[in-house]
Write a protein that binds this ligand. Structure first.
Ligand code: NAP
Ligand code: MG
Length: 404
């Protein structure tokens, strides 16, 4: 082995739970440490440590990511009532991803990982479609109520000086009904637009955005206008230099074009659209285990993770001493993304290049016909072989050594 790649600034490493925690240690041991003199600031976000610190560790980790600029996170349990019992929790801690997002801000980009032999349900999708979901407001921060028969509902906006403007919603004559109030803010929409445009530049892909501004002439129109203003003022030139496009059309038109497309672009979605469409896109590409995810703040902080959870069922098997065949690709891609970004930000070419090699080694392994059970079920390769969790990692390591 040649000399290991040196790092400069550490990465923030956030460990997690269950099967992905098992995989985490192996990814470092087999795929990272033999090649890189790894420097990380380590935070254990596994549930026992969150309990011990009363979840302070999650906040500390998120603040470290803000400070150092790049983090990589393992999947973690979001507690529910069953988990509270299982782990003897003194509180129902919030989702770590929610806490981290609240501190770092920004937008989550989810992209499928493609390999020959794993054919999407829409076979014309030859390149990844990256979904960017606006994670603030709309129905996720709504206020809703029942309107009794005979009642009248209106929107009242009161200014700082106490002036009121009123707009009628509906008079419920002859029937009861329902009313909902939703909001968004110019700042949040602008931050979303900037994250999407920065990520389009970073990954050299076109950016598509769709809303329903023909129907929602003030609310959705605002999204369209803010995107346009920021693109004109801050990104039009940069996009032109790179030969990429910003494209706005109605959401229905976008959906039709996405289906007909060959992929290879970023699809910016309003909150609800992103919630729904990201599940559709993930399913269409085949497996949640092949979906990578990165949180990008408008001021350039990057946090990488796998889109899937802790794969609890496989962990139960693992703990019972049974063999497992859990897909580690999205976790490996999280490490690859973080190392590449760290290398780019620190001007370390070998480190940035290593991220790309790590990704290539995963794809090559699958294309050589070596895969975990989830992909084995989907693959149309002529000769394919299902391997266990660790055997897959070792097969990737073998290919990585040949590439590095
Ligand atoms: P999950 O961990 O994503 O797993 C759901 C099922 O999807 C698995 O049982 C497995 O199907 C398949 N799967 C997912 N990832 C896989 C992989 N890498 N390799 C092979 N198969 C994979 O979701 P969950 O079981 O609903 O959630 C488990 C825990 O994860 C929960 O406590 C939840 O809070 C947490 N979670 C965390 C995050 C995060 O940290 N970002 C995200 C989602 C969920 P088969 O059993 O059919 O093989
Ligand atoms: Mg959803």
């Amino acid at each position: 082995m040649t000399d290991r790649i040196r790092m400069q600034t550490p990465l923030v490493e956030m460990d997690g739970d269950e099967m992905t925690r098992v995989i985490w240690t192996k990814v470092k041991e087999l795929l990272v440490e033999p090649f890189v003199e790894l420097r990380t600031e380590y935070y254990d976000l596994g549930l026992p440590e969150r309990e011990r610190t009363r979840d302070a560790v999650t906040t500390e980790a998120a603040e470290a990511v803000r400070k150092l600029g790049v983090g990589v996170k393992c999947a973690t349990i979001t507690p529910n009532e069953e988990r509270r019992e299982e782990y003897g929790l003194s509180e129902m801690y919030r989702s770590p991803n929610g806490t981290i997002r609240a501190i770092i801000g920004g937008t989550v980009f989810r992209a499928p990982i493609l390999a020959k032999g794993i054919v999407p349900y829409i076979p014309t999708w030859r390149k990844p479609i990256t979904i960017a979901r606006h994670a603030y407001g709309d129905i996720y921060r709504n206020t809703e109520t029942i309107a009794p028969e005979g009642s009248t509902a209106e929107i009242v906006v009161r200014t700082k000086d106490g002036a009121e403007s009123r707009a009628p919603i509906h008079s419920f004559d002859g029937t009861a009904g329902i009313v909902q109030g939703v909001h968004n803010t110019d700042d949040s929409i602008a931050a979303f637009a900037r994250s999407c445009m920065a990520y389009a530049v970073d990954t050299r892909q076109d950016l598509w955005f769709g809303a329903k501004d023909t129907i929602s002439k003030t609310y959705d129109r605002k999204f369209r206008d803010i995107f346009r203003e920021i693109w004109d003022a801050e990104y039009a030139e940069k996009f032109a230099e790179l030969g990429i496009e910003y494209f706005y059309t109605l959401i229905d038109d976008i959906v039709a074009r996405v289906i007909r497309s060959e992929g290879g672009f970023i699809w910016a979605c309003k909150n609800y659209d992103g919630d729904v469409m990201s599940d559709m896109v993930a399913t269409a590409y085949g497996s949640l285990a092949m979906m990578s995810s990165v949180l990008v703040s408008p001021d350039g902080v990057y946090e990488y993770e796998a889109a899937h959870g802790t794969v609890q069922k496989h962990y139960t098997k693992h703990m019972n001493g049974e063999p497992t065949s859990t897909n580690s690709v999205a976790t490996i891609y999280a490490w690859a993304g973080a190392l590449r970004k760290r290398g780019e930000l620190d001007g370390l070419e070998r480190l940035a290049g290593f991220g790309a090699l790590l990704e290539a080694a995963c794809v090559r392994t699958i294309e050589d016909g070596i895969m975990t059970g989830d992909l084995y079920a989907l693959s149309r390769a002529d000769s394919k072989r299902q391997v266990g969790t660790e055997a897959f990692l070792r097969a990737v390591a073998e290919r990585l050594r040949a590439l590095a």
